[in-house]
Structure formats: C-alpha cells, structure tokens
Design a protein around this ligand. Structure first.
Ligand code: DGJ
Length: 700
C-alpha cells in the first residue's frame, strides 16, 4: 500500500485535494467543504477495478481525455490539420503549486501539445482555467476545451439554474440531478436573458442559510455549455465551457488557446454562502476608475421618459427636473445620433443628429454638469442599421454568411467584431465622442442575438474594444445592457461597472429577477430603477413607494420624467432619493442575504455583519389576518437594535393596523436578542399586497 501524494488548495469554506498518480497524471480526491486531508492511501489502493472494464483501477481524472480508458465526458476535443481526430496521450506531467494556486501541466511528446489546468484562490472563492498550446509544426484545430471538469457532491439532489427572455430575465428553475444528463446551452452569440452561464447545486436539505451548496459561473459573454452527466460509476460530473464554432480555433505552431475562467463557490452556509463567494470574486475582477468604487450615484435615464422623441430643449428640461430631486448622474439614452428617430435607422453613425442637437452634445453635457450631475450616454457599438451611412459605406463589416448579411432583428445587423478595421472604426468614433464633451459614463447596449454567429472570436473582439476604450478613458464607467439583462456575466465585468437588469421595471416582476441576479453579482452592480405607473412593460400599476423600495435594493435610478408627477408624488420621489443616499453605503459593498418566510413573504438583508438594512416583501394578498414572526438566521450570536425605517403599501382603506410597539419602532429602536430573532423571529407589521417593511438592524 502506498501513500497518496496530495496537492491541496483551501479557502475559508472549501478544499480542493488532488492526487498526483504514481504512473503520471492527476486525480480528484476532494472538491467540497473545507477539510484537512492528512495522509491518505493512494486512490488506486482504495478502489478495485470494476467488472468487465479497464483492468487497472481508474481514479477520477482531473483532465479527462477519451481514448485513455476514461468513458465519461472529455475536457478537450481536437482535430489535426487533415481532419483526423487527435487524441492526445500525455507523457509528461508537472505540478506547480504555491499557497494560492495549483497549476497542472500535461505534455504530449508525440503530438507536440501542452495543456494546463490552473486552480487559484480569488477572494473567498476558487477560479479554474485551462489552456492548450501547439508545440508542433502543424496546425491543430480545437473543437472544444472545457474550463473545468468537476466532481459533484455525492449527496447533491437539486440543480438551480435560470432562463429568460427580453423583459423576463432570470426565471429560476429547480431540477433534480439527472439520471442521464442535464445541459444548459446558449446559442444566441451572447450571454442571454437567463443570466450568466451558471448554476447552483444543492445537497441534502440545503436552503438559503444552511446546508452544502456549490455554485459555478463561467466568466464569458458568448455561447456556452454547462453539462452535468451521470457516470456509470454513480457520480455526477460537471463540465463548463465556452462554445467554439466549427473550425474557428486553429492553432498555428506556437499558438495557444485559453478557456474563460470558471468561478466556483462551495459553502456549508447554503445559497447565501455561495452567493457571498461569487460576489467576492466579481468584486475582485471589477476595475473601478481610480481603483475604488465610489458611492453608486442616483441615475436618471431618459429612455422611458421620452424614448426617441427628444432634442436639446427637451433633454435640458428633463435634466433640470432630475437635478431638483437629487439625481447625480443623467444618462441620455437612445435617439441622440444621426437619423435616429426610431429603431430602424442610424446605428453605426455615432455623430449627434444635427436636427436635434445642432451644437452637438457639449451644451447638454455642460448643462447637466452645471446642475451638479455627471453626464452619461447610450451607445450600441456592435450594431449597424442597414439604413445608416456606415452600412452604405461598409456592407462587408456586418456578420455575413457567404457574403449575405444575416437576417435583421430590431431592424439591425451585427458588426463583425473579429475584423480589426471594425474595432478601429468604433474606437475612433467612441474616442471622438468621449473627447467631444464631458461624458463620464456609457450605457453600452446590444439589442439582438447573432445570426450568423461570429463565434467566440466575436466576443473576444468586443472585449478588446472595451479594454481599449477603458484604457483611453479610465475615468469613464460603463453599464452593460443587452435588450435589458441579456449580457450579465463575469466575463464582461472586467470592463463594466453596472448591469441593466431588465427592461421590465414592474416591481413585482423585478423581485424574483433581482434575486436571480444577486445569486452571482453584488447589489451595487444591479441597475434598478423606478419606472412610471402603469409599468411600460406589464401595464400594471404600483404605488411609488413599492416601486422605490424594490429599486433601492440595487444601484438606484429613475426612468420617468419627474416633471410629469403630481407634486405630492414628486415629494415622495425626492424622499426616496434621499433614503437611497442615506442607506447605499450599507446596502452596497457588503453581504446580501436572501430568505423566505411563511405565507408568501420574501426578505433580503444587505449589510456588514454588524449592521443591516432589511426588506420584507409581500407581492400578493395575504390570506391570513396576521403574519407570524419572521426568523432571521443571520441574527444569531449578538443582540440587535431594530428600527422600522419605512412601511410601504400600508395606507389604503382596508389596511390592517400594526401593533403599537411596532409603530413605536419608527422612533425608538427595540432591542432583541440574536437568538430570539434567529429562532423565534422578528414581529412584523401588517403587510398587504405590494407591501414592503424596511428595517434597520444594528448590533446592540
Ligand atoms: C434596450 C435597453 O434595455 C433599453 O433600456 C434602452 O436603452 C433601449 N435598448 C434603447 O434602444
């Protein structure tokens, strides 16, 4: 019997243990909750060979390839130049390990290929990347290279993933672990409205606050494939990869291909535990101007206030109305550039429309700045309308199949971001714009799927353009938008600072969407606006307070014309702007904890361990006269002073009245023990449909 030679990497909550096999290669020994492996027998001494299969015991490989006695999914698929399948057989193995990283290297002397698999600690999570390099003399075609191949907990029982469409992002889907396979695949050329390429896997009784949870998100803005397959030995195996189009990645001698990074979280503290690790990694990747996130400014975005119908006078008036209620960043949305009176023309011609803005954008930007606000501008650089000067001059710059541009969607075509000339043109246009006026923010939109596909190189072309803009204008922040939330992922997060979550601002629709967003991204990046009532997306009407309470959970903004509100509503809006400014320091940058109560309640706490702002929400009518007390598991361990900051939706005719002690909590905080709040629960005010109670908790 021999002792295993182990490689270990540990986070605060997780451990990864890999064995270097005596005959070469590396095998999985553990990916799960934190542990100290001590000394272990070698894997091949623990498992026997299975009947009627490979005679040697087969420990679970970390970099599995077909053709080697492995009958599960392969991490890599290659073709030689003559279209012959190329199955590497690794002959050399190396492990380089430091405190924060393990890199495994694999070499094939005959086919002249080298591969690497890198595990690194990032903030409180784990990142995984793979790469392949052609060391030979002939071209090699990479058909697929997964970012990771991972064993799933043996007692896992649920997969949570998200799907969506325009104006209905992040629909949560809960499925059992499969008998055969589970796949989440996207084909639109960009991330899609189901959110990032990501899933959570839950074991046993895992819930929001406790139990073993795993989550992974691929840092990638293009087509992707997540797969969980059941192996005939009984375990589930996860692979995650960016899709590669047929023949797209051809490695010439000396060239490499790098997979996008997979961000992995493992926690015994349930879904909130893995979300916290994902937030920590996303924050570590994000690059804010001057290296630090400033308090997230209150936005006013012109889109739903005026759509395409604006000119200098209209926008100046809207900006003035915004400034009066305390807006800090004014964003001029679609409709400002040449020929853009509707969505059928103009994309590609990034010059102010002389009919609407005869003196360009500088007078608007200066007006906005003189009112004490920043000025931001909407662009959609990767697109072109056939009715544009750009398309008339360069029809060959759109993605084409056999020379014919693909079908239009929203009357537009996708530019071929793989072409350096296209990227150069867009850089020049955006650079000129940003230099022409004090513009410190871009809302970068992308309003259609790709047809034909530009493959993964299209995505890398967009990343290159964004990086160039950020380098030339490091003080400019960027918002990622794609017909609402169609490009929310950790791949683009290196270049952007905010996501537009959805074109659906209806607060009832927003609550589950925002919870999906928060599974992977922190609240300060979640664009959340108060829209008009009735909602432009759903036609439903909701009180201003309800809309505002839900919007305050993210990076708050306004998507209506304050001048069109009646004076009392405008005062309310003014107060919500002040409310957000008062509490954003607590709501952003720290933890976000989600939970559910009985009787249809959901809740959300944002804070730092010693202080929280807590939203308790009811969307529909309660069929009970009263709510039971609401247990808050995060409160255990210390006493809390609890204050009621606001009660939204409690002012209609049939509203139930809260108890005196709860009303008094508006003025004087009540002290509760942590164990009372965690186990017996917080007494609740009367909450009816579309009601939100907002509390402040501070360690006593
Ligand atoms: C889609 C976005 O989601 C909207 O907010 C708006 O910017 C429009 N595009 C403009 O065309």
């Amino acid at each position: 019997m021999s002792e295993a030679e182990l490689l270990e990497l540990h986070g605060d909550e997780w451990s990864l243990v890999i064995e270097r096999l005596p005959k070469g290669g590396f095998a999985w020994r553990h990916l799960g909750e934190r542990l100290e492996p001590g000394s272990l027998p070698a894997a091949r001494d623990l498992i026997g060979a299975t009947t009627f299969s490979i005679d040697e015991p087969q420990p679970l490989p970390v970099f599995p390839l077909h053709g080697s006695g492995w009958f599960g999914p392969s991490i890599l698929s290659l073709l030689a130049k003559d279209a012959r399948a190329l199955d590497p057989e690794f002959t050399s193995f190396e492990a380089v390990s430091s405190g924060d990283c393990i890199e495994l290297r694999f070499g094939d002397d005959r086919e002249k290929l080298s591969c690497s698999l890198r595990f690194s600690k990032l903030a409180s999570g784990l990142t995984i990347e793979t790469a392949i390099r052609n060391e030979g003399r002939d071209q090699v075609v990479v058909s697929s290279l997964a970012s990771a191949f991972l064993p799933v907990f043996a007692n896992a029982n649920r997969i949570i993933s998200w799907r969506g469409r325009h104006a209905a992002e992040f629909e949560e889907c809960v499925e059992n672990l499969p008998a055969h396979g589970w796949h989440r695949t996207t084909h639109g050329g960009l991330t899609g409205h189901g959110g990032p390429p990501a899933c959570q896997i839950l074991a046993g009784e895992c819930g929001w606050h406790s139990g073993l949870a795993f989550s992974a998100q691929l840092a990638w803005s293009g087509d992707s494939r997540l797969a969980i397959e059941k192996h005939d030995e009984g375990m589930w195996l996860l692979t995650a990869e960016a899709s590669i189009s047929n023949g797209e990645v051809r490695l010439e001698p000396g060239e490499s291909y790098h997979s996008p990074t997979l961000l992995v979280a493992i926690s015994g503290a349930g879904r909130n535990g893995v979300a916290a690790q994902q937030h920590s990694m996303v924050r570590a990747i994000a690059e804010y101007p001057a290296g630090e996130m400033r308090p997230r400014p209150v936005h006013l975005n012109s889109w739903e206030a005026c759509y395409f119908a604006h000119d200098e006078a209209r926008i100046k008036a809207l900006a003035s109305a915004a400034a009066v209620i305390g807006v800090e960043r004014f964003v001029l949305d679609d409709g400002w550039f040449k020929g853009r009176d509707n969505d059928r023309a103009g994309l590609g011609d990034w010059k102010p429309d002389p009919r609407k803005y005869p003196a360009g954008l500088a007078p608007i930007a200066e007006h906005v700045r003189s009112l004490g606000m920043e000025f931001g501008l909407w662009v959609e650089p990767e697109m072109v309308n056939p009715d544009s000067d750009l398309y008339r001059a360069h029809p060959d710059w759109a993605l084409t199949t056999r020379g014919t541009p693909g079908p239009t969607a929203r009357s537009q075509l996708v530019l071929d971001m793989r072409q350096p000339a296209v990227r150069d043109y867009l850089f020049e246009e955006l650079d000129t714009l940003l230099s022409s006026a004090p513009i410190s923010y871009l809302k970068w939109d992308h309003n259609r799927a790709h047809a034909p596909s530009g493959g993964s190189a299209q995505v890398r072309g967009t990343y290159a353009l964004l990086a160039r803009i950020r380098e030339a204008h490091p003080d400019v922040e960027i918002e990622s938008c794609a017909a609402g939330g169609g490009r929310i992922d950790a791949g683009i997060v290196r270049h952007v600072h905010r996501f537009w979550t959805s074109d659906n601002i209806d607060a009832i629709a927003r609550i589950p969407m925002q919870r999906g967003f928060l599974a992977f991204f922190p609240s300060e990046m979640m664009g959340a606006h108060i829209g008009a009532s009735p909602s432009h997306a759903t036609g439903r009407s909701q009180s201003l307070g309800f809309r505002a309470a839900v919007a305050c959970q993210g990076h708050f903004g306004i998507e209506l014309d304050p001048a069109e509100l009646d004076p009392s509503e405008r005062d309310d809006l003014d107060q919500w702007v002040s409310f957000y400014k008062r509490w954003r320091g607590l709501a952003h940058g720290g933890q976000t904890l989600l939970g559910e109560g009985p009787n249809g309640l959901t809740w959300q706490a944002q804070g730092n361990g010693r202080e929280y702002i807590l939203w308790i929400m009811r969307t529909d009518v309660s069929h009970q006269r009263r709510d039971a007390q609401l247990p808050l598991p995060f409160a255990a361990g210390q006493d809390w002073q609890v204050r009621l900051l606001d009660l939204v939706g409690g002012d209609h005719v049939l509203a139930a009245r809260s108890g005196k002690a709860i009303d008094a909590m508006r003025e004087t905080p009540l002290t509760f023990s942590g164990s009372w709040l965690a186990r017996a629960g917080l007494p609740l005010p009367a909450l009816n449909a579309e009601g939100v109670a907002i509390f402040h908790l501070e360690a006593a």
